[in-house]
Structures are given as C-alpha cells and as structure tokens.
Design a protein around this ligand. Structure first.
Ligand code: ADP
Length: 498
C-alpha cells in the first residue's frame, strides 16, 4: 500500500499539471510540486489552509463558481487568465472535480490546472501573423492561388477572385483546371502527376504566359509564376497570376505598327529599286537603241562599212554588259540589305522566336502549330535578321494560304541537321492549305502573286537571302494537301553571307 502511495505521489509530483485535493471546507489536503512552485507554498505547511488564503482573493473570485459547482457535485472547467503569485497574469485551463465521499468522510474536490500561457501566446502570435499574411495576400495586385498535389484549390486571395470572376467559396475545393481553357483543363491533372513522378519542372520557378478562363467562359492572357512548398510531406503549389491583356494589346499594336512600317519600307525599297533600275538601265538601253538605229541606217544606205559596223556592235555589246552589271549590283544590294553582320545562330531558336512573333496571327486564324526541331546545339553562321525574315515570310504565306480553306489548319515546322560530307541544316515549313498555284520556279519570280493585294516580292526575297547564304530554297506540293517550302543552309561559315 505504501509502495503504491509513493508511486502515485511520484507521478503527481512530476505531472506538468497543478493538482490539489481540498476537503469539503476548501482546505488543502494535498498539492503536488508544481502547485507549490506556482504559489510559493511549503509542502509541510500547506495542509489545512483554506484555498482563498493560498491562491489569493483575486484568483479565488475567478475560480469560485467552478469550485462551488464541484462542491455541489458537478465537474466544472475554466479557461482564462488568473493573477499569478510571482507577478502578472497566466492563462490556465482548470478543472474542478467532485470527489466521492465515503461513510467516514466527506468527499471534497480535486483541482487540476494546466498553464497554457506560452501556448496561448503562440496562438495569438500565429493569429496575428495569419491575419497579417491574409491582409498582404488580399492587398496583393497579383492573383494568388494555392493548390494541393491533386490540383484542388486550397486558398485564393481577393485579386484572384476578381481576376477569374469567382468568389472564394466557389473556388476553394474545386480543381484549378476550371480556370483554364481546353486542352490544358483536361491535361492539368496529368501535368501535376507527371511532375510529381519525374520532378521535371516545366513551369515551376520558370513563369510563362498562358491563357486563363473566367467564370463567364471568356479567356484572357495572363502571366503565371508557380512556386512549390511541402507541408507534412504533402506538396502544395502557389500560382501568382497577372492579367496581361493590356500589355499584350500594346505589344500587338506595336507589332502591327512595325509590320506596317516594314511594309512601307518594303514598298519604298521596291519603289527605290524600280526607279534605280529605270534610271541606271535607261542610259545604256538608250545608247544601245541609238547605236542599233545608226547601224541599220548605215546598212540600209548600202555603205556597209565593216569598220563602222564592227565598232558599233562592240559598243552595243559593251553597253549591254554594263546594263547587266548594273542589274547584278542592284540585286546584290537588294538581297543583302543592311541588316547586320552574320553571326553564329541556332535555327531552332530563330524558329521559336518567329513563331512567338506570329503567335497572335496563329491564334486568330485558329492554326495548330506542330514543331519538330532537331538542330540541338548546332550553330550556323548567318545573318539572323535576314533568316528571320525568310522564316517569317514563309510562315505568313502558309497562314494566309490556310486562311482560305475549310477544316483544321495545321502548320508544321521541321528542322534536320546533316553532319556528313557537306554539313547542312534543313528547314521545312508545311501547311495544309490549297497547295501551290504553280509548280516550278515561277512562284520565286519577282511580281508573281495570286493574291489580290499581293506584291510577289516575298519569295524572291527569301530566295536571294538563302542564296546569299550559300543555300537553296524550293517549294513542293504536299502529298496530302497543301505546300512545303524548304531551304537548306550550309553549316560551314560562308564568306558570301558577309
Ligand atoms: P505575295 O505574298 O505577294 O503573294 P510571295 O512571293 O510571298 O508574294 O508569294 C508568291 C505567291 O506564291 C503567292 O501569291 C501564292 O500564290 C504562292 N504561295 C506562296 N506561299 C504559298 C503557300 N504556302 N501555299 C500556296 N501558295 C503559296
């Protein structure tokens, strides 16, 4: 029995809970060590003292109703602040429990109290921090959405609600795919699964321009940056979204303006070219005509002076080759333009850039773009602006060609590298439009066009640029439907491209 009591006392003295047994007159029978430490009481002198004298009037008034409840047989709990013997106040969770009486003595009560001050402080701090964070989130300009590893929305700030037209209740618990248009909406779960499986990041930490879908179904351009964190072994993703419709429109306007300028400058170049040709060529042609007429007159008069005939023919030949030289020079000037020096470039990168430049046209014409780019790290020595111009022309032609036909529009761009013998890269631009109006070289001639407002200058320009780079370009019909334009460029540095 004594052994048991000793053990029990040991347990009570080591509990992180204040324990006190009071008799029915609220006088101490027992208190554990923590209780003594709290109230600064001496274990030998406590027995028989009234609780009010030990814990003080103020603490007693706070607990009195609970003590009385226990005295009348009802367990009662208390949560709140009480004055602390060593100064200040403590937050406690207390319980007053009635003790069953025996025939020999009254039951009395047991008091238990846990000091929750530190925990409460932490909770309060956490509440303040949460409130502060929520305020920051809610005043952030960006829409911020957190999802779990299944894509289920866990939280969203005010901007996100405004951006997508939903309120928080409608969003939380939904799959984030409701905020995306097809095909991303159907594929998003797979994107997440693939990432969790492979760890290959396609958007996390990178950021991207994507299309968002509002509650009313309308779509808009947005910038998306995604961050990741783990909590209790679970993955969560936070997306920061920003509406960039205005920025995209400004970009589009600027590009349209740029295209207009390029068009005007091309017109000017053409005009300049035409007046150059007529001016420069006119002089030798006039000379040729004048000399030929003089020659005819000489023959008709029957004089047939061989020295004069020979001399005049020589002059005609000289003027003729001068005219051809002038044409060559003008062609050379025209093909090289003045758009910078050749430098090492990767064709796949250029294609990606051009497709980005034409993103709007591609989108507007509902065109599906398929790329199969295989140039890897291969660099070729080219004039980037000129090659961009070629790809831009070919892709624009393909878009225009497809715009006139029904059905799905597919633009395929493929590159290959051949490193044996004469290393080269090949670029093919394929469409499923109406196909070529002419087979053969004719479409590469100046002024050949089948478009109402066409100029017939695009393909000739492409050809002169490619040839100036030591390459070749050709057009061929596609087996199924449409046209293939392809060009090859040598990988070795080309002097003539300079
Ligand atoms: P333009 O754009 O003024 O028509 P181009 O030299 O770029 O001048 O093209 C010449 C012509 O070649 C076009 O008018 C069109 O008939 C034809 N063409 C060019 N690309 C394609 C294509 N992808 N599919 C069918 N025809 C094409």
């Amino acid at each position: 029995m004594e052994w048991q009591e000793n053990r029990l006392q040991l347990v009570l003295n080591n509990l992180p809970v204040l324990v006190a047994f009071l008799d029915n007159n609220l006088k101490y029978e027992f208190a554990n060590q923590l209780h003594h430490a709290w109230f600064g009481t001496d274990p030998d002198l406590l027995s028989g003292r009234h609780i009010r004298d030990v814990i003080g009037n103020e603490a007693y008034s706070a607990l009195e109703s609970h003590i009385e409840a226990a005295r009348s047989g009802e367990k009662s709990t208390f949560k709140g602040k009480v004055p602390y013997t060593h100064g200040g106040q403590r937050f406690i969770h207390g319980t007053a429990i009635p003790l069953p009486g025996t025939a020999a003595e009254d039951g009395g009560i047991m008091l238990l109290a846990t000091d929750l001050t530190e925990q409460k402080l932490m909770e309060d701090e956490l509440d303040t921090a949460t409130l502060r964070n929520q305020t920051v989130l809610d005043t952030a300009v960006d829409g911020i959405i957190t999802i779990d590893e299944k894509g289920i929305i866990q939280s969203c700030n005010k901007s996100a609600q405004m951006l997508f037209g939903y309120n928080a209740k409608e969003l939380i618990g939904q799959n984030v795919s409701i905020l995306m248009p097809s095909p991303h909406a159907e594929n998003h779960d797979n994107y997440l699964e693939r990432y969790l499986e492979t760890g290959v990041k396609r958007i996390i930490g990178i950021g991207r321009e994507v299309t968002g879908k509002r509650k009313d179904g309308s779509e808009f351009s947005m910038e998306l940056a995604v961050g990741e964190f783990t909590e209790d072994g679970r993955h969560f993703f936070t997306g920061f979204t920003r509406d960039i419709t205005d920025r995209k429109k400004a970009e589009y306007d600027a590009r349209t303006h740029l295209n207009e300028l390029a068009h005007i400058s091309r017109l000017n170049t053409n005009h300049h070219l035409a007046s150059n040709i007529s001016h420069e060529i006119n002089q030798p042609l006039t000379a040729i005509v004048t000399m030929a007429q003089a020659l005819l007159r000489n023959i008709h008069s029957g004089r047939n002076d061989p020295t004069l005939i020979e001399g005049t023919l020589e002059k005609i030949a000289r003027q003729g080759s001068r005219a051809s030289h002038i044409i060559q020079e003008i062609r050379q000037y025209y093909s090289k333009g003045d758009s910078g020096k050749p430098s090492p470039n990767n064709i796949d990168d250029i294609i990606t850039d051009v497709l980005l430049l034409l993103e709007h046209e591609v989108f507007q014409n509902n065109i599906k773009v398929e790329t199969d780019l295989n140039n890897g790290d291969t660099m070729i020595y080219i004039n980037r602006v000129q090659i961009e111009q070629v790809i831009l022309n070919l892709v624009q032609n393909a878009i225009e060609a497809m715009a006139g036909v029904e059905g799905e529009h597919i633009l395929s761009v493929k590159t290959t590298t051949t490193l044996q013998d004469y290393p080269y890269v090949e670029v093919s631009i394929m469409d499923n439009g109406p196909g070529l109006p002419e087979e053969g070289e004719e479409i590469f001639e100046h002024f050949f066009t089948t478009k109402q407002h066409g100029m017939g200058q695009g393909l000739p320009l492409c050809r002169s640029i490619i040839e100036a780079h030591g390459g070749t370009i050709k057009a061929s019909p596609r087996h199924s439907h449409g046209a293939i334009f392809s060009f090859v460029l040598p990988i070795e540095p080309i002097d003539s491209a300079a």
